[in-house]
Each structure stands twice: as structure tokens, then as C-alpha cells.
Design a protein around this ligand. Sequence first.
Ligand SMILES: Cc1ncc(COP(=O)(O)O)c(C=O)c1O
Length: 409
Amino acid sequence: MNLTRQHALELDARDPLAHARDRFAIPDGVIYLDGNSLGCLPKNVAQRVAAAVEDEWGMGLIRSWNTAGWYTAPQRVGAKIAKLIGAAADEVIVTDSTSVGLFKILAAALRMRPDRKTILGITGDFPTDAYIASGVAKLTGTTFKRVGDRDLGAIDATTAVVSLTHVNYKTGFIHDMRAITEAAHAAGALIVWDLSHSAGVLPLELAKLNADFAVGCGYKYLNGGPGAPAYVFVAKRHHDTFDHPLTGWLGHIDPFAFADDYKHAKGMDKLLTGTPPILSLTALDAALDAFDGIDLHQLRTKVEGLTSLFVALADERLMRHGFTLASPRDAHQRGAVVSLAHAEGYAIMQALIAHGLIGDFRAPDIVRFGFSPLTTRFADVFDAACIIDELMTGRAWDTPEFKSRKAVT
Ligand SMILES: Cc1ncc(COP(=O)(O)O)c(C=O)c1O
């Protein structure tokens, strides 16, 4: 690979998605490689949220539930996300956080396999997935069992549901969605995919692959803003049969009848629990317009190009500083994250942030860079590698200030 800045600029000039960056407000002087944690701000969001606050809330007041589309926002925003994950518009709804959505879905899946007693997950997944699975298991008298991510032969006749993240949060490793879904089904189990690090980065075909359930974050690659609500997918074939225990009033078939007894709504609407966070939903709704006209296959190609360039630059300039590659070397097995392991990872990332290169740190030793394809340029990748190289050469990270731990890493 030709590893000059000129080459990176040429890649940018040939990038069919280069125009998309202009849809975002990105601060000058910052190279932002953390869209895997919190996506950049799309330019249309501030105005849209301001209108929701000033006009819809301020002037419309309670009337806006009917007149401003608030009541149907979970379904409307779900339909936008459906296009990114290969689902039908009425198979996705936006509600709660990913953690809460996962709770509902795991409980629903267990109810659909009452004679089976195991939730099967994998080690090394994002902690909330395991914490929620343990909590659901405790509540339902079932077992949460974790196996290594290459040991999914462990799916057997006792497995009610297999639950895992498609793209690993720490390494970017992509699991084989087709093979694992088929293995779960062959054993009579259901499957739940966490798509938090997949949607908005690569094309997904949930319906084609016959997936049962999925959940995912709104604030990462979908750019919905801090604490944006999450989405849930349920395959249409399960819409009549699934139900879950968080039976709040908005999941009732007729919430405004104020009936004493719960009777669930049809289809995805039964996944609603309480009043949705309308201002956050508004932000996510507007943010998703950044994907208008974006070819998801081009998105994938760009992710492979950006991450491959970074890996090549890391090999050339960074490994000599004590880093090792913690992500797959094969671009086909990698999402939009490249992680480097280093014993001083925390201080290094703090120093990089102070120098305008924003990534994040994941304990115990991972320096993580996310190459969000709508906002990252190839020249950013080149410049990022130069900044890291320079900072390591000058040991700029080696100060008490950068070693003192903050609450959020
Ligand atoms: C794979 C994965 N799932 C779930 C979550 C957490 O989602 P939430 O905060 O919406 O519950 C994260 C957060 O980083 C994540 O990486």
C-alpha cells in the first residue's frame, strides 16, 4: 500500500461517499474517531430539535402528541432504521435503551421456548448484554451460559435463545450472522443479534437471514445523540406469538381506554412500555436523514478501505512503540473499529484527546479507533497515525495528568 498523505487525499477524491461528511457539524481541529461510541452531530438535528422544543412543545403543548407526529414517532423512526438492517418497516420500533430492549426480547424469547432453560451468550461481548441476560435468567429460573466465540457448537436442545453482538465492541470482529442464525435454528433455538456496532457500517439482511430478534443503539453510527433511544427488531412471523413482561400502558391495545387490565397491542406496538423520549426521538429521526441516498455496499467498502489504511499505517509506524493489533487483520472480518493494545493505553488515549485526536479506551489496555464511514476521510486516517506516532516518540502521554482516570473512558 502507498502510505503517503497524497495517496490518502487521492482516496478521498475518489470516495463516492465523501459528500456525506458535509451533512455533519464537525469541530475544526479535531479528528474524530469515536463515532462507534457517540456519532457526530448531523447539521439538520439542531434546527429540528429546536423546532420540536419551541414550536411543538412550546406552542403546540399537549396537542403535539396528535398534531406533530409524536405519538407515531417510535414506529416512524423504526421504519427508517429498518432500511439499514434489512427489515420491513413494521418489524422495527424505537423505544428505551438497548439494555431495556434486550431485556424485553430475551424474556419474550424464553416464553416462546418454555421447555428450554438456557440463554447462550459469548464471552467478551459488551457487558450490558451479559448483565441483562443474567438478570433475565435469574428472574425466570433459567440459566445464562457463556461460551467462547468460536464455540457455538454448544448450541443444543437445551438452548432457548442465543444472544450475541454481531460486531464485537472492543475488537470489531464480525461474527458470521448467517452461520450462527442457521446453527441456532437447526437446534430449535431462537436468535437475538445486538447490532449496535453493525447498523450504519455494513449492509444487514435480517429478514433474508431469517433472524428472529435484534436490538441496537441509536447514538453510535446512527448519530442520534447522547442517550438516543434504541431499536428493536422482531421478525414478522413472531408478531402474534411473542410477548414480554414490561407491560406498560403504551403497549396496551388501547392505551386511552385506561382499562384496568392489560391487553397487549398488536405487532411491534406491544414493545412500547412508557412514554417515549420525544426530544431524543426527534434528534434520531432527523439524524437518520444523513443516510438518505447512501449505498450501504459503498459504506462497507469505505469502512474496509479506512480500516485497512489505518492497519497498514499502524504496521509501518506504530507497532514499534509497543502497540499490538487487537482487531482482525483481515478487513472482511472487521467492522469499523480498529483497536490497538498497549499497557499504557489509558494515558495514551488521554494524551491523544488533548492533541485533538478523539478515540476511546477500553479496559484493560485497548486504545480504540472507530472509522465512521459518513464522517471520516482517508486523510484523517493518515493524520491520526502521524499524531499517534509523534506523541509516542515524544512520550507526551507520560504525565500524571494523563494517567489519572476519569469517570468515562
Ligand atoms: C454492543 C453494545 N450493546 C449495548 C450497548 C449499550 O446500550 P444502551 O446504553 O443503549 O443500553 C453498547 C454500548 O456501548 C454496546 O456497545
